[in-house]
Design a protein around this ligand. Structure first.
Ligand SMILES: Nc1ncnc2c1ncn2[C@@H]1O[C@H](COP(=O)(O)OP(=O)(O)OP(=O)(O)O)[C@@H](O)[C@H]1O
Length: 815
């Protein structure tokens, strides 16, 4: 609290040395800060809290040890929960009167540093490197800031309203717009011509540009007519940035947005697309006034702390599931256990096991190669050889001139920056494309994927432009400056971006997502703003073929109208062809009718937040979401030698194929195989990719456009399998063994299969192909009948009159 706040009022304070104060709840709500204690006593109480809290002590020690030769701002994080626990009255009063009490807390931090410095042995070598940070300089400015975090639930708002003005709030949402970093004059010193005493005027944050009010009377209440003179070098300038926060989207209503004011070292801590938790004071914000127009007022939040969160929000709610999943994998094994999890994906759609599995693998993603997951910060072009500077600093200086330190008038030279490390990032997010006939359930998959991910953006390609997908440069309210507003891909950073009607996006707009899909960044050069934005999103796109129905006789490229560079960026491309199949039609009909008959029970089992009534009921959405969050957080699988060998041989085979390829087999394809194998290992709750995972991924790949490694299945060699025909079966383990046998046989890797399993696979294949029951004990060597390409495909006609190869016949026999 600045002395001028109290000069004339200290006498009226309740002067009690009140560490043993007991206040009723009523008094706590009604009391003004003046009833708490004198500023000195309040500061003392903050000081005692700081010195008694080990984490605060550590933060202060870190401050002391920070090697800084320039004047800048420092932050110390204060956990509001700990303060409330330690001194409830002080904590409550801090939350009610942050503007008055926070400066006292900051003074206490400086005092705490002084006390800690005394503890170091004076002859220590390190002592010279330690210096107290945030000492008052210039006109009463402390450059250390208390950053309040973890407010109690009463202060945590999911939305905001006029009723909360003046209160301290904790809000969360997505940053949708950031304005350039600026600075403003936050305080100015004057002297009264009458009494000759100095005083300070602070900027009014409720004014549109944080304008400094002109003093009209002397705060020292001197008699006579006063004139005020500005004290030379008595101004304080503060870094400043405005961002727009959008509340988390909900299905019921449109998300609202809020202007957030960042000061000091909080500027430039977040960028469009970041999900943040912000603690701040809600202000009434006067809008710019124009002649003959009504003066309007809005809401703004002056931030005390900003925390960028990743996927923590999803993990918080998963704790009670952890033990349950471990028990699940202790009691269940193999592919059957995996398929049970897959059944929870889109339970309203019958069958399509491979698409469901592919969707799960896409959302789970591969292991992160760089665990630190560095942020790409907004940078100006050509900034690499200098320290970071704000976008548009309101000063006449050029960039090469040293910047004046407005606090003490000394010159602050820009620090040379260490040569920047070039970071190349290999993506671990997969992308999925569903292309197919109308009414095949594509949109259902898309909506389910959006609901499954803790962070998702669902959009449609109709009318979508590149600005909507990436980011737009928009003029601010006063129309003078541009700022960046995040588009769908940026908002989906670290989440899932679901795009319906992908084919309706214009070609030139579609190419903008090439960089986003592979490099996971967006390079922006708009309206004088040149920067890079993060967009580490998984893209799930669905579309109809160009002529509405998929033509199996032309390539995927022709069917979709997408260029090969874009197609090759998808890890999985499923073709959903609605061909006639009496058995499948019967199964779908029965499934749908049964659902309608048992509608109530079915709904009950799949409603979010409810426990599965029995172990045979598919997991509900909440449980599946929790499972994905846990496996992503817990496992970063490495690849075993056998799995690596299989992936390598498959890649080599695809590379060496000399047919007509429309999707070139590049290293990207190998990376996809690795990512998907890692995702499969995570799905199987393990931290090593074993041979089984690689085999399972090749099985999924057989059902995609990459079945034969790049020639999209139209020019097939019999290894393509229609994903629409593969349903969940009673004995998935046996089915998988057969597939494993065939795959390993194809790549001369049968020696990696144990004898027992080999015999069993041979027997199973014989039984299925010949229809003759045969004991697997009798089978020494598998029949050559079951080798690759043993079946010639036949032609069938679907109900649209299209002819195509019957892949369900040509493919390996299914159980
Ligand atoms: N295998 C299936 N099992 C049960 N229902 C299905 C299946 N396939 C499609 N449906 C149902 O058909 C309806 C149409 O599905 P959906 O709207 O997702 O199709 P779409 O592929 O997105 O079509 P379009 O390309 O015309 O947008 C949905 O109600 C869906 O539940």
């Amino acid at each position: 609290m600045d002395s001028d706040d109290y000069d004339d009022e200290n006498d009226s304070f309740v002067q009690d040395d009140t560490t043993q104060q007991v206040w009723s709840a009523e008094k706590l709500v009604q009391a003004s800060y003046k009833e708490l204690a004198s500023p000195a006593v309040v500061e003392e109480r903050f000081y005692r809290h700081l010195m008694g809290d080990p984490s605060c002590v550590q933060s202060m020690r870190n401050l002391l040890a920070e090697n800084s030769t320039t004047t800048r701002d420092y932050s110390v994080t204060i956990d509001a929960f700990d303060l409330l626990d330690n001194d409830p009255i002080l904590g409550q009063m801090l939350l009610r009167f942050p503007a008055t009490l926070l400066p006292l807390l900051e003074n206490a931090i400086v005092r705490g540093q002084k006390a800690l410095l005394q503890e170091y042995p004076q002859d220590s070598v390190d002592i010279e490197a330690l210096s107290i940070k945030g000492l008052k300089q210039g006109p009463s400015v402390t450059r250390v800031h208390a950053r309040l975090v973890h407010l109690p639930p009463s202060c945590c708002q999911t939305t905001w309203s006029a009723a909360s003005v003046g209160k301290i709030l904790q809000v969360s949402g997505t940053v949708v717009r950031t304005r350039p970093v600026q600075m403003y004059e936050s305080a100015r010193a004057y002297t009264c011509s009458n009494c000759k005493r100095p005083f300070i005027v602070h900027a009014d944050l409720e004014e549109r540009h944080n304008a400094l009010p002109t003093p009209t009377s002397c705060p020292h209440q001197c008699k006579g007519k006063c004139k005020f003179q500005i004290v030379p070098e008595g101004s304080v300038h503060t870094d400043y940035q405005e961002i727009k926060l959008q509340e988390s989207a909900s299905d019921e209503k449109l998300p609202r947005s809020l202007l957030v004011k960042l000061h000091h070292d909080l500027v430039d801590t977040c960028q469009p697309g970041d999900e943040v938790v912000i603690v701040g004071s809600l202000l009434a914000q006067w809008q710019s006034v124009f002649p003959d127009e009504e003066c309007s007022v809005g809401l703004a939040l002056s931030a005390h702390s900003v925390r960028v969160i990743a996927e923590t929000s999803a993990l918080q709610s998963t704790d009670h599931f952890r033990g349950e999943f471990e028990t699940y994998w202790r009691n269940n094994h193999g592919i059957k256990a995996r398929d049970f999890i897959c059944q929870a994906v889109c339970p309203k759609l019958y069958g399509m096991k491979m698409i469901k599995l592919g969707l799960l693998l896409t959302i789970i993603g591969g292991a992160s190669s760089d665990a630190t997951e560095e942020n790409v910060t907004q940078r100006r072009a050509g900034e690499d050889d200098e320290g970071p500077i704000p976008f548009q600093v309101m000063t006449n200086q050029t960039r090469d001139e040293p910047v004046t330190n407005y606090y003490d008038g000394q010159r602050k030279a820009r620090q040379p920056r260490a040569p920047q490390q070039v970071q190349t990032r290999r993506r671990h997010q997969s992308h999925l494309l569903l292309v197919g006939d109308p009414g095949t359930g594509k949109s259902q998959f898309l909506r389910f994927a959006a609901a499954l991910s803790p962070r998702s953006v669902l959009t449609t390609g109709v009318g979508t432009t590149s600005a909507g997908l990436t980011c737009a440069a928009v003029r601010d309210g006063d129309g003078k400056e541009y700022s960046l507003e995040a588009g769908a891909l940026v908002l989906a950073d670290k989440g899932v971006c679901c795009i319906d009607e992908f084919g309706c996006i214009r070609d030139q707009d579609r190419t903008t997502i090439h960089e986003a899909m592979e490099q996971q960044t967006l390079s922006v050069a708009k309206a004088g703003i040149v920067c890079k934005l993060n967009c580490r999103a998984t893209i799930i796109a669905v579309m109809n073929p160009r002529d509405c129905l998929y033509d199996d006789h032309v390539s995927l490229s022709v069917n979709t109208g997408l260029g090969t560079p874009l197609l090759s960026r998808f890890d999985l491309i499923f073709k959903l062809i609605d061909s006639s199949d009496a058995d499948r039609d019967y199964n779908v009909t029965t499934y749908l009718l049964n659902q309608s008959i048992q509608n109530d029970n079915f709904e009950m089992n799949t409603t979010e937040g409810e426990e599965s009534p029995s172990s045979s009921t598919p997991w509900n959405m909440e449980k599946l979401r929790a499972y994905i969050s846990i496996v992503k957080d817990r496992f970063q699988p490495s690849i075993s030698d056998e799995a690596a060998l299989l992936l390598e041989r498959h890649y080599e085979k695809c590379r060496s194929y000399n047919g007509n390829t429309t999707i070139p087999v590049t290293v990207r394809f190998l990376e996809s195989l690795i990512r998907l194998s890692q995702a499969h290992a995570r799905l199987m709750f393990r931290s090593v990719v074993i041979l089984e995972d690689a085999v399972a991924v090749l099985e999924v790949m057989e059902c995609t456009a990459f079945a034969c490694g790049g020639f999209d299945g139209s020019d097939h060699d019999g290894s393509y399998c229609d994903p629409m025909t593969i349903d969940f079966c009673d004995d998935p383990d046996s089915d998988f063994i057969c597939h494993q046998y065939r795959t390993l046989n194809r790549y001369n890797m049968l020696n990696y299969m144990d004898e027992e399993t080999k015999k069993r696979a041979g027997a199973l294949l014989s039984q299925t192909a010949l229809g003759v029951p045969k004991s697997w004990n009798d089978v020494e060597n598998p029949s050559p009948l079951f080798e690759h390409n043993a079946f010639e495909p036949t032609m069938t006609q679907d109900h649209y009159g299209r002819f195509h190869f019957d892949r369900s016949q040509s493919k390996r026999p299914r159980m």
